[in-house]
Write a protein that binds this ligand. Structure first.
Ligand code: TYD
Length: 197
């Protein structure tokens, strides 16, 4: 039986590693399992990643993420239908959490983002939120840029984390403490996936 599992969290929480490791474990058990991610690297996703859209508002950017997701969801659901366990690194909660957060007043309305998500996305079998303190997460991804921008990034990610935790409560996401050793985080992620399968 296929399944659609989403991993969410701020940058540096280990989503990518957890997705890959979980897929490897599942494959070693003879299951069809694969990892995918958003923004994707084709079509609208490639446009987002290339930066070709330039400096656009959070509302406009949200629509690009949603457009990418609509195309991606078709591919995900097809694979799930074929029996694959699809592990997706970010999905609709990323758009709600990131595009509704802001430091300079340019943010999209959370209600509008939720409406977009309800209409245009698939329903995952489980959404796992890897949660940790943003300062620790930032330290993990390494220090980038100047002190000032790091402070801005920290303030921004603090907002994103709060949004994620609110969404987790509202939508029943599974929250995993990602500040622990990688093996412990993976064990929790696998437990949740096995409950779904
Ligand atoms: P990320 O998962 O970090 O991709 P990569 O590790 O390949 O660079 O995603 C890139 C950034 O895009 C990340 O900071 C979160 C942001 N993002 C949004 O703001 N909204 C969205 O809907 C998605 C999917 C990502």
């Amino acid at each position: 039986m296929g399944a659609f599992i989403v991993l969410e969290g701020i940058d540096g929480t280990g989503k990518t590693t957890a997705c890959r490791s979980a897929a490897e474990i599942l494959r070693s058990e003879g299951r069809d399992a694969e990892v995918t991610f958003e923004p994707t690297d084709t079509g609208v996703g490639a446009l987002i990643r290339s930066g070709a859209a330039g400096r656009i508002s959070q509302r406009a950017e949200s629509l690009l993420f949603v457009a990418d997701r609509i195309e991606h969801t078709d591919r995900i659901m097809r694979r799930v239908g074929e029996g694959s366990v699809v592990l997706c690194d970010r999905y609709y909660a990323s758009t709600i959490a990131y595009q509704s957060a802001s430091l300079d007043g340019d943010s999209a309305d959370e209600g509008w983002l939720e409406t977009l998500s309800e209409r245009f996305v698939g329903i995952p079998d489980a959404v796992i939120l890897l949660d940790m303190d943003p300062a620790e997460a930032l330290a993990r991804v390494g220090s980038r840029g100047e002190e000032g921008s790091k402070f801005e990034e920290l303030r921004f990610l603090t907002q994103v984390r709060e949004r994620y935790l609110e969404l987790a409560e509202r939508y029943g996401f599974e929250v995993v403490d990602a500040s622990r050793p990688r093996e412990d985080v993976l064990a929790d992620v696998m437990k949740i996936i096995r409950e779904v399968l």
